[in-house]
Design a protein around this ligand. Sequence first.
Ligand SMILES: Cc1cc2nc3c(=O)[nH]c(=O)nc-3n(C[C@H](O)[C@H](O)[C@H](O)COP(=O)(O)OP(=O)(O)OC[C@H]3O[C@@H](n4cnc5c(N)ncnc54)[C@H](O)[C@@H]3O)c2cc1C
Length: 547
Amino acid sequence: MQAAHGNCLSFAMDTDILIVGAGPTGLMLANQLARRGVRAIIVDRHSGPAQQSRAMAVQARTLEIYSKMGVIDEALSLGVQGTGANMWANGKWTARIPLGDIGRSMSPFPFVLMLGQDDNERIMGARLHELGVDVRWNTELTALEQQPDHVDVTLKQPDGTSRRLKAAWVAGCDGARSPVREMSGITFPGAPYEHVFFVADTEATGPMKQGELNVYLWQDGFHLFFPMRGKDRWRVIGILPRNMRNRDNLTFDELVPEIRHEAGTNLAFNECSWFSTYRIHHRAAERFRDRRCFLLGDAAHIHSPVGAQGMNTGLQDAYNLAWKLALVITGRADAALLDTYEQERIPVARRLLRTTDQAFQLIVSDSWIAGLFRTKIMAKVVARAMTFERVRKLAFRTISQIGIQYRDSPLSQTLPGLPADAPVAGDRFPWLSLRFSENGPVEDVFRKLDDTRFNLLVVGQRAPSEAALNCGDMLFAHVIPDDPVNDRELARTHIAGPASYLLRPDGHVGLCGTHLDAGTVARYFADRHFRFDTSARNAAGLPLQTA
Ligand SMILES: Cc1cc2nc3c(=O)[nH]c(=O)nc-3n(C[C@H](O)[C@H](O)[C@H](O)COP(=O)(O)OP(=O)(O)OC[C@H]3O[C@@H](n4cnc5c(N)ncnc54)[C@H](O)[C@@H]3O)c2cc1C
């Protein structure tokens, strides 16, 4: 049905979910929904994918998700693995921090991957296309109005006409100036930093250690050289000198003498393919949800690029919301489950803002003492600290985002009796290599488990029967047999039988304890808004996609 109102076409056309913004966050959300059988409409006001590399670092937790999406081989082949960081102080090489295998035994991807945001977007866009969903470019959200059971949205289309659409849910993945956030009246408290960042994609030769991150610390600031794909390709990031901060038409050539002054006169730039300056803010939305509208990625939180967390955090927001939204849309969970998105992700964003702000203040402080710390102490302290395994592990756990946990979430329930250091509810279940059957092959747990379902891992006991669990295909039970390989792997992560771990689709532990009988599992699901038993699902069945 379609009715014309002047220039505005009004359609009685519904979609379960409208995703506004096809940056990395929107693309990840659309992919994760499509993998779970929910076809979103995804729109972006730009005419096509971004050409600029912007974020550069892909963290291990993101790579783990890429692996489940089937795009990991392409990401690894296009990116450069960060094997080490070279610290330079006042132009002199001071220390090398090995990063190659820093997360060995903690993740199948124990490193940070240097891969530009444009490549990440292209890879996710191509996968989305394979799943039958394409971004509608040149399509801009111009208005939204919440109704009790849907959202009325207005989209400006490529031909300039407007189109009305009814969406059951709206995901604002629409960046730092998020129209969804503004139209929802959600405030974005925080402040801008006085410093202005620059970013340049260059071809350069000089003292930099090839293929590795080079960190130049000097009295008034820092420069980072990230290795990029291709000979002598470097991404250079830093803060502008004070006298250049308010220049609108600044060129990279004007900045080169400053960089050479600090990084060495034998540094030569042969080409600069992209140069941009940007003032950064640290802000977090006061809420991540207003009734039927959600905020994710930069729309929900922005902060300094210290630690290379920005793009990765948006991708994790999407991975957290997608499985919940898919269960609600397909009638397998009550809408109340969606409350846990903001309950779990707001604390992550606030903690991130706090820590990146503290690190940023230390790195950019203009004070004499901070300058002295940067050039005389910092590199040596960091390099020395990283020789200790505990520090290395803590650093990897934090920066790679594998340490993010939702222990305080209503979805997390730890029953008594597990060993003190064992994983608990809310944690990302550790990466292990286990035998899933007697004399069977040793398998990577992350590869083995289906992340579109719940998984029950049972150690040192029999699993409840499928009939008793009565969750249909939403729950797979795996019995981990007694075996020397399994014993060793489990002991490494302090898991001792008898133990049972119910994992959410995103790999975080939902429920754990020594013995989980079918009744305990059923109560966990019933108390938390899930409806997995076949009769309930049939009764509640909603259409997957009507657009
Ligand atoms: C110059 C620069 C350098 C950066 N460098 C780094 C870095 O080194 N490391 C790092 O971690 N992060 C960096 N960032 C930040 C990083 O790019 C963001 O964290 C990331 O892009 C967030 O992704 P997103 O999908 O949430 O938002 P975005 O990438 O901003 O995508 C939002 C999308 O929404 C679309 N949109 C907006 N409004 C509408 C509307 N009304 N209708 C339809 N579509 C709409 C936009 O066109 C856009 O495509 C940098 C950012 C900039 C600007």
